[in-house]
Design a protein around this ligand. Structure first.
Ligand code: SF4
Ligand code: SF4
Length: 186
């Protein structure tokens, strides 16, 4: 048996047959379904927190980040993932209503400190807006907010006017009723 194994080893070493993968120089092809480090499309995330709620290991927390879309995510809160707890189940991805969370083929996660493996939006986000785009979006958000307030004020005014009109009509009806009753009594 020993001789057999020795023979096989010799055969493989002479024949140049690769028996182990040369990691990390050579990384094997990973399947498309590989679940590695998350990728967050920052332009689509609405900050709903569904990913954090569904996570069975409680490893997602929403944290502030200023490079997303304030029109879609008013609070500018985005997922931060603790890879010390993540089991790569993919539930957060499946539950995201905006389809902005995916998982990449990146699997090498290491660090000297515990916090080194807690990835914030700045580590997992793609599509971050630049300063000029952010200024334009902030202006758009401000205008949208003003328009919303204007519409709300208009609606409140219309409601008030309608109530006043109804009250006047009610009082008018009551007044004419009283007059008729008085005439009848005379
Ligand atoms: S990644 Fe998806 S589920 Fe998580 S906060 Fe953003 S939109 Fe919501
Ligand atoms: S992959 Fe699973 S364990 Fe990891 S953050 Fe998403 S839901 Fe949580």
């Amino acid at each position: 048996m020993v001789l057999k194994n020795l023979k096989m080893t010799l055969k493989r070493s002479i024949g140049g047959v690769e028996v182990t993968r040369l990691y990390p120089e050579k990384i094997m092809d990973l399947p498309d379904a590989e679940r590695g480090v998350h990728v967050l499309d920052i332009r689509k995330c609405i900050g709903c927190g569904a990913c954090a709620r569904i996570c069975p290991n409680d490893c997602i927390k929403l944290v502030p980040y200023a490079r997303g879309n304030p029109l879609k995510n008013k609070k500018q809160q985005y997922p931060q993932i603790d890879y010390g707890r993540c089991m790569f189940c993919g539930l957060c991805v499946d539950d995201c209503p905006a389809n902005c969370l995916t998982m990449s083929k990146v699997f090498e996660i290491a660090g000297w400190e515990r916090d080194d493996i807690v990835y914030g939006p700045e580590d997992i986000a793609v599509g971050q807006y630049n300063d000029q785009e952010l200024a334009e979006l902030a202006e758009e958000a401000r205008k949208a907010e003003e328009e919303k307030k204007r519409k709300a004020a208009e609606a409140a005014k219309a409601k008030k006017a309608k109530a006043a009109k109804a009250k006047a009509a009610e009082e008018g009806e009551k007044g004419s009723g009283e007059k008729t009753a008085k005439k009848k009594a005379e």
